[in-house]
Design a protein around this ligand. Structure first.
Ligand SMILES: [Fe+2]
Length: 157
């Protein structure tokens, strides 16, 4: 599972990430909490959709392709990384960059063949031919970003 469900209380602003779904209704301040739907508000996509890159088990996130504002009035509150077996949240504050870095997301290593220009070739015929031990990043990576004004956004690696 690489989906996590977030809920918000419209009265007090409490926000929760559901660890496991039991099927009941989450309530706060005497009423049902709102399930947050990603990318559901009308706002600039380029400033909100997380841009996710990975290298050697390190996952870098920037929100978004055009940097999101980080003022007191309008900022990214947190960035969450969800993989098959892990949820990690980085909290941000106004004035910080709308970015997060997550480490130790190396998955299984796989041996691949590469050709002359480091392109991956299916088998090793002719030369040059190199065996490269390439470590894969954990699969099923979903990244969420929460804007205090425009809500939840997500992207997959
Ligand atoms: Fe925003």
């Amino acid at each position: 599972m690489s989906e996590t469900i977030f809920y918000r209380c419209e009265i007090c602003g409490n926000m929760v990430a559901l660890i496991k779904s039991g099927g009941g209704t989450l309530t706060c301040c005497g009423q049902a909490m709102t399930k947050l739907e990603a990318n559901s508000t009308d706002a600039a996509k380029e400033k909100h959709v997380p841009v996710v890159t990975s290298e050697s088990g390190k996952i870098k996130v920037a929100v978004g392709s055009v940097a999101h504002p980080m003022t007191d009035e309008h900022h990214i509150e947190w960035i969450a990384l969800v993989t098959g077996n892990k949820v990690e949240i980085t909290y941000l504050k106004p004035g910080m960059e709308p970015k997060a870095e997550f480490t130790n997301y190396t998955g299984d290593a796989e041996v691949i063949f590469t050709g002359e220009n480091d392109e991956i070739v299916p088998n090793c015929e002719g030369s040059p031919c190199n065996f490269v031990n390439r470590s894969q990043v954990a699969n099923e990576v979903t990244v969420y970003a929460y804007c205090n004004l425009h809500g939840l956004w997500k992207a997959n690696l």
